[in-house]
Design a protein around this ligand. Structure first.
Ligand SMILES: *Cc1c(COP(=O)(O)O)cnc(C)c1O
Length: 381
């Protein structure tokens, strides 16, 4: 028997929409009728609700996650040439904003199981110029924050969390306290890009902080460095969240935990089906982490050639997969001037040759997961 094509998507924003269509359409219509498209009550309300969800953190909405990172760095007293410790195994935006502000990325290795900044490498990266650490909660798994925060405290460094992939995820401290991704450092950043765990139907982002004065400064930077119209105290940018996007995000925020649970369930099913295959390492969840599986990312330990062959086999079968990320930031052409070479971060370089991300979203069915897993097994046999 020939089975039906499954129409499997890497990300299923439309499937998610169909379950909330009426509510979303009504909210979008209401914004259009209100005539208030930029800032205004809906944006403020969403910011408050997200702040409450993040255990009473100040939330400053902005235009996208890259802006969030840039504005976060602009708000701190950093000078050109200051160093920021950052993983190389991340989306380029994390590093791009450092370059734009003439800050120097100092790349560190990630843990080979969690894909996140390895705190045991921090002391090697420290110099008199170090001013901040920028951990990325990659794929929805929080970085090991307690030792990172401890190190930052001991050396007077800021911590800026890139939580673009981890909204709703959390970290459990050794004393049992739990905190949400993006709320532990000096500033946290996230993205509402459509494929993110809390995705808008366009661009969007937000900045988090527990410090009221810093929140005010971040907000000021977002609006051209101005508190009061046509008075500009500091150099800012124009970075705003649309009211239409805020209205959509407000609806999705109410379901964020449920969406993340669906991702966790899909991940559990993948792992059950794939865990005892030789040469394949399933993503794990550290004891301190509540993983929200922005991505379900496997390692194929035979390396790049096998990984690329497996991807081609899956493509052939109509199963999407992605390589996040095929080239680490320290080896990208744009960042060559920082002087890194192949071999400088062997763990990171190994991961870029081994990783493959499978379809992951809140609408995956058991049938699809079985189908994807069985094809992956075939591809490896
Ligand atoms: C998506 C993403 C960003 C950038 O967000 P945009 O909204 O696309 O600008 C930054 N860092 C990481 C880790 C991301 O995944």
């Amino acid at each position: 028997m020939v089975s039906e094509p499954m129409n499997i998507r890497m990300v299923d924003t439309l499937g998610q929409y169909s379950a909330i269509q009426e509510e979303v359409d009504t909210a979008v219509q209401a914004v259009i009728r209100s005539g208030m498209y930029i800032n205004g009550p809906v944006v403020n309300r969403f910011a408050e609700q997200l702040g409450a969800y993040l255990d009473d953190t100040h939330v400053i909405p902005c235009a996208n996650g890259t802006d969030a990172l840039q504005i976060a760095l602009m708000a701190l007293d950093l000078k050109p040439g200051d160093e920021v410790i950052v993983p190389s195994f991340t989306f380029v935006a994390t590093v791009e904003v450092l370059a734009l502000l003439q800050l120097k990325p100092v790349f560190v290795e990630v843990d080979m199981l969690t894909f996140n900044l390895d705190p045991t490498h921090l002391s090697k990266a420290l110099s008199p110029k170090t001013k901040a650490i920028l951990p990325v909660h990659l794929y929805g798994h929080v970085a090991e924050m307690a030792p990172i925060l401890q190190f930052a405290e001991a050396h007077g460094l800021y911590v800026i969390e890139d939580a673009a992939q981890a909204i709703g995820g959390s970290y459990r401290f050794p004393d049992g306290r739990t905190m949400k991704a993006g709320t532990m450092g000096t500033i946290g950043c996230t993205s509402f890009y459509p494929s993110k765990n809390l995705g808008a139907y366009g661009d969007g982002g937000a900045i988090f902080t527990r410090d009221a004065a810093l929140a005010d400064r971040l907000k000021t930077i977002c609006q051209h460095g101005s508190h009061q119209r046509y008075l500009h105290e500091i150099v800012g940018v124009n970075s705003r969240l649309d009211a239409i996007q805020a209205a959509i995000l407000e609806i999705k925020l109410r379901r964020l935990d449920q969406y993340n649970e669906a991702r966790r369930s899909a991940a559990r099913q993948y792992t059950e089906l794939l865990s005892d295959i030789e040469g394949l390492i399933c993503p794990s969840e550290a004891s301190y982490a509540h993983h929200v599986f922005h991505q379900y990312t496997l390692r194929l330990t035979a390396g790049r050639e096998t990984r690329d062959k497996v991807k081609a086999f899956m493509d052939e079968a109509g199963i999407p997969s992605m390589i996040y990320y095929p080239i680490p930031c320290h080896l990208q052409e744009a960042y060559r001037h920082y002087g890194y070479q192949m071999g400088d971060l062997p763990g990171t370089e190994q991961l870029t040759a081994e990783v493959i991300s499978l379809p992951m979203h809140s609408e995956l069915t058991r049938e699809q997961i079985i189908y994807i897993s069985s094809h992956l097994k075939k591809a490896l046999s």
